[in-house]
Design a protein around this ligand. Sequence first.
Ligand code: MN
Length: 338
Amino acid sequence: MKSNPKEREIGERLAGAHRVAVATHVNPDGDGLGSVAGLSLFLERLGKVVYPCIPRLNELPPQYSYLPGREKIGTCGEPGEPPEVFVALDCSNLERLESLAPIARASGILINVDHHEDNTEYGDINLVDERASSTAELVFRVFRANGWEIDPAVATCLYTGLFTDTGRFQHPNTTPEAFRIAYELALAGAEVSRVAREVYQNQSLSYVHLLGLVLERARLSREVGLVYSTISQEDLRATGASLSEAEDLVDYLRTVRGGKVVALLKELEDGRVRVSLRSRDDLPVGPIARELGGGGHAMAAGYTTEKNLDGALRELISILARLAGHQVPGAEGGEEDR
Ligand SMILES: [Mn+2]
């Protein structure tokens, strides 16, 4: 694959800076966190003062605690001089940086590295490629273009992003290039088996109980091709699980035959509802999420609504019905399979 001149430019800007912030979006995932951890580790080794950061620290999913340097992830330090360079990773727009957005704007140079198709190119330098499997893949390209050595710790971080964003090499973004980079990272010493174990075989008993509730109440609305389930605050109290653990529960619903779109509706502490969408078919979920104020990819997207669980479900079903060219059915229609 040909190298993009921006990869070199980013390398030069980073090499020339002293204080660098490296951040990812709210509700951080394995790609955002792995990319932040990997780039931050390397920059520290170059002798930079590095601020790895995410908007809300309480949102750090526990299954990523193995990431090298994870304990250094903060919220960008105390108010003071803004960093010379701010790198936003896996973040399609500045709003997704929430409290970090003002720091990003105030920094000397804002670098935007992302693979979301709806990226708004908000940076001074934008390395945006929606064909990339993951942001980790783009970070890998920056390393390669600049001849930076990838040590085993950095390799494990970047592999985490690649592995999780491809759904363990299953989603359509699992390109030959993704496998090639996985090979390079494995050669560089990425702990491949450990990443799989830590991310996917490392759940609390509470999580398994919550999974039980989600599976038990899963429904299939055949009319609009929607498989869905819900999580209420009461479910979290009853099981002792937290929403930060629930990020990948939606993928269990994806296994249900007959659905085009999969949705998991999660009631937040403040009463709003976070909806995670997955596509099982050729119906892209990114545009649906964007219509409702969120964002994401064709295969995985999400949004947050002020509606309650019932209202959010009705809203989603009516949009799917419109897309399917149907009359709007009620959320409690008789066409549902248990
Ligand atoms: Mn990503």
